[in-house]
Design a binder for this molecule. Structure first.
Ligand SMILES: [Zn+2]
Length: 261
């Protein structure tokens, strides 16, 4: 039987005997009463000692095991610095969302807006949208309210951005860094879910995410430090922006990119 359980049962029994003796105190002499209580207390203490010792040992063992696990995890996975990507951390030129991003997304896709899943499947079948797979220099977050689809041109530009970002880091300690995409293509149905959940921060009306030509970058995963990575991303984005391939604007906790040509 478990020692702690035995100790518990013994304590309850001793309490019951003590109460019984207290009620019979007029019939039992005081020294007998004290002797029983003293004896009971000593037995309980003797039983409690090994339990406490064992409990301490177990805790220590657990601590040692967990310390070994942490060391093993650290040796298996190199530490990664997460660098935030916003207009506060990266210096970029803003393009107006309503006046520039949206009209260009509409003209580029000939207003092929994604309303729902069947609409999206239709675009995928026709090749207007493609599934986005692994890209060098790009990490995809687990996207709950958007999907990894883009128009073929936007996909090409994202690969170009990833290569350019890596090219600026080549030969440095950060050459394996990746920028992280937190959101990509959203149907109107998915956009509606976000509107209900985040009414203050969400875009109202049509979004360029609904045309398969936009994505959000929310951080950079760097094995070393943030400065050179942020600088590389800034240079890559600015170069493509100047070449007229994409537009940039800040969003809540991330940088929004719309591919325009
Ligand atoms: Zn966005």
């Amino acid at each position: 039987m478990n020692q702690s359980l035995m100790l518990g049962i013994l304590s309850v029994l001793l309490c019951a005997i003590a109460i019984m003796l207290y009620r019979m105190r007029k019939k039992v002499p005081t020294h007998t009463l004290l002797l029983v209580l003293l004896l009971g207390g000593s037995i309980t203490l003797l039983m409690a000692y090994p339990v406490r010792k064992k409990a301490n040992t177990t805790t220590k063992d657990k601590r040692q095991t967990s310390s070994i696990n942490v060391k093993q995890t650290q040796s298996r996975i190199p530490s990664i610095t997460q660098c935030s990507c916003t207009f506060r951390t990266i210096k970029l030129k803003r393009d107006d969302y309503r006046k520039q991003h949206l009209p260009r997304a509409i003209s580029l896709t000939k207003n092929a807006y994604i309303y729902n899943e069947s609409n999206k499947s239709d675009y995928l079948r026709k090749g207007k949208l493609v599934a986005v797979s692994t890209i060098t220099g790009v990490h995809f977050e687990d996207m709950k309210n958007s999907s990894r689809h883009l128009t073929p041109l936007a996909y090409k530009r994202l690969k170009e951005l990833g290569s350019l970002f890596r090219a600026y880091l080549k030969g440095t300690k950060n050459e394996k860094s990746m920028f992280v995409i937190s959101s990509m293509t959203r149907s109107e149905e998915q956009q509606e879910v976000i509107r209900r959940r985040f009414p203050k921060t969400c875009t109202y009306g049509k979004t360029t995410h609904g045309f398969g030509v936009a994505f959000d970058i929310n951080k950079i995963q760097s094995p070393n430090q943030c400065y050179s990575c942020s600088n590389a991303l800034q240079k890559a984005l600015t170069k493509m922006q100047k070449e007229g391939k994409l537009m940039i604007c800040p969003e809540s906790g991330c940088i929004h990119i719309t591919i325009i040509s």
